[in-house]
Design a protein around this ligand. Structure first.
Ligand SMILES: [Zn+2]
Length: 136
């Protein structure tokens, strides 16, 4: 069994964007709100008038834990963060913060972040975030 993510019809646009390092999520044409995870119906107003948009990638750190368990499937050695990221456009999603010490002293709630794409093991490019202002 593989735990690597794979595209489904509802998520294909997200993964197409990921391959070219563009953060793409859906926005409702009726209520104007962005949402994630992908769905054919707006979770706020049930409209089907939704479309994909490229976002800025700007975000802030909403919450995090630092895990001490390895994740061998993706060659991740602890410590690494599992973080709730608040996108500038509103939605929150789970990810990790990279290019940053994985300590409570370095990871600060509300710290500005920007999307950073990383590949782990044989998987596709995954959406991570790094501190804004750092150049990678
Ligand atoms: Zn809506």
């Amino acid at each position: 069994m593989s735990l690597l993510p794979r595209a489904l019809p509802e998520t294909q646009s997200f993964w197409d964007g990921a391959e070219s390092e563009r953060l793409r999520i859906q926005r409702c044409a009726d209520c104007g709100r962005h949402y994630f995870p992908p769905a054919p119906v707006c979770p706020f107003c049930t409209s089907r008038e939704v479309a994909w948009e490229d976002l800025s990638g700007r975000a802030t750190l909403y919450s995090f834990v630092i895990t001490a368990s390895p994740w061998p499937l993706w060659n991740l050695a602890p410590p690494f963060s599992v973080a709730t990221i608040a996108l500038e456009e509103g939605p929150r999603l789970l990810s990790t913060v990279v290019d940053c010490e994985q300590t409570p002293e370095a990871l600060k709630i509300d710290m500005p972040l920007v999307a950073a794409w990383r590949t782990f093991g044989d998987g596709p490019k995954l959406l991570c975030f790094r501190p804004a202002g750092d150049v990678s």
